[in-house]
Design a protein around this ligand. Structure first.
Ligand SMILES: Nc1ncnc2c1ncn2[C@@H]1O[C@H](COP(=O)(O)OP(=O)(O)OP(=O)(O)O)[C@@H](O)[C@H]1O
Length: 319
């Protein structure tokens, strides 16, 4: 039986449709990442799911409970569903321990103490419990905000790009730690981001939003091999438009470099990457520039190269 059920939810601001009719069912304890560019409606959806924004149509159900929006509920939001976004607000004059304790003020003091101790331990914050937020790094502050949201043991955690203040290494470490912790707690998680790489570090279950509309849902392999739009294809790698063939594209990794052949070009740039060199090749006819992988690091700027690809690797993408 689906646990979180989103039924025909949509949102318009005057005549602007921020989210087209959206339906989704999630099992308890499952993880989903929603990937979309800026303005695609990700935050709008999460705020509706958390009961913090009024939808134009549709309903959200958690088990057999209807999630009421602020038009119906005097105190918006639910303890069962927590939303964390990048602009978390910690209490500046409270210590880490006090910040994490706050949501638990109405709980039994011994439970509160034990719960906060566990969260400090789980998020690796023990050493900082007596510090104030200003005495912490961005990553540590973000962990405190996460601990605060987890204090009441929400059943659903909605993550709205909460790691965007962190550098790549810190971010990936935190996603990894959080993934283990949330699986252990059995939390149902929806993570929205515009970075596919971040999404895939948390889960392989991906939904792509474009201009307020779901364009595709699946795992990374489905999406990479059978993208429905150019945007979905480009989340994985650049794509090169094939001359004289409508809406046909090829990925840099699917182009082979030869010294003889059909499509002639000249290498105009070369970048050293961990598994291959990435080349920019200017095509002779038309002057278009292709991005091509050179796995044997064979070619230099100025070299003439011929480009080959198998037809089965061609992606036909109309939008
Ligand atoms: N209060 C509002 N009034 C009018 N339009 C709004 C309002 N909030 C959001 N929008 C519009 O709705 C659309 C979706 O916004 P939303 O914030 O959900 O996108 P997003 O995918 O979360 O973007 P980002 O990644 O930049 O946060 C955008 O076009 C935005 O301008």
């Amino acid at each position: 039986m689906p646990y979180l059920s989103i039924r025909k939810v949509s949102k318009s601001y005057d005549s602007h449709v921020a989210l087209q009719e959206f339906s989704l069912e999630l099992e308890r304890g499952s993880f989903l990442a929603i990937v979309g560019e800026s303005g695609s409606g990700k935050s709008t959806l999460l705020r509706i799911l958390a009961g913090l924004a009024v939808q134009t149509t549709g309903e959200v159900w958690l088990g057999d409970r209807l999630i009421e929006n602020p038009a119906k509920k005097l105190v918006p939001g639910y303890d069962e569903i927590k939303l964390i976004h990048q602009d978390y607000q910690l209490f500046p004059n409270s210590t880490v321990l006090e910040n994490i304790s706050r949501p638990l003020l109405n709980f039994d003091p011994s439970y509160r103490k034990q719960r906060v101790k566990r969260l400090l331990d789980q998020l690796g914050l023990d050493a900082y419990s007596e510090r104030f937020p200003r005495q912490l790094s961005g990553g540590q502050q973000q962990k405190v905000a996460i601990a605060q949201a987890l204090a009441v043991e929400p059943e659903v955690l909605l993550l709205d790009e909460p790691f965007s203040h962190l550098d790549r290494i810190q971010k990936h470490k935190l996603i990894f730690e959080l993934k283990e912790l949330l699986h252990e707690m059995g939390t149902t998680v929806i993570f929205v981001t515009h970075e596919l790489d971040d999404a895939l570090r948390l889960t392989d279950s991906i939904l792509i939003l474009q201009k307020g509309k779901v364009v595709q849902k699946g795992n990374s392999r489905d999406l990479c091999e059978h993208p429905k739009t150019r945007y979905v294809a480009r989340l994985f790698s650049p794509i090169n438009l094939i001359p004289d063939r409508f809406d046909s594209y090829i990925r840099p990794a699917d182009v082979r470099l030869r010294t003889k052949g059909e499509i002639l070009g000249r290498v105009v740039d070369q970048r050293y990457l961990v598994h291959y060199n990435s080349l920019l090749v200017q095509l002779k006819n038309g002057g278009q520039v292709w991005e091509v992988d050179d796995p044997f690091r064979k070619y230099q700027v100025g070299d003439r190269v011929y480009l080959h690809f198998d037809d089965e690797k061609v992606l036909v993408l109309k939008s």
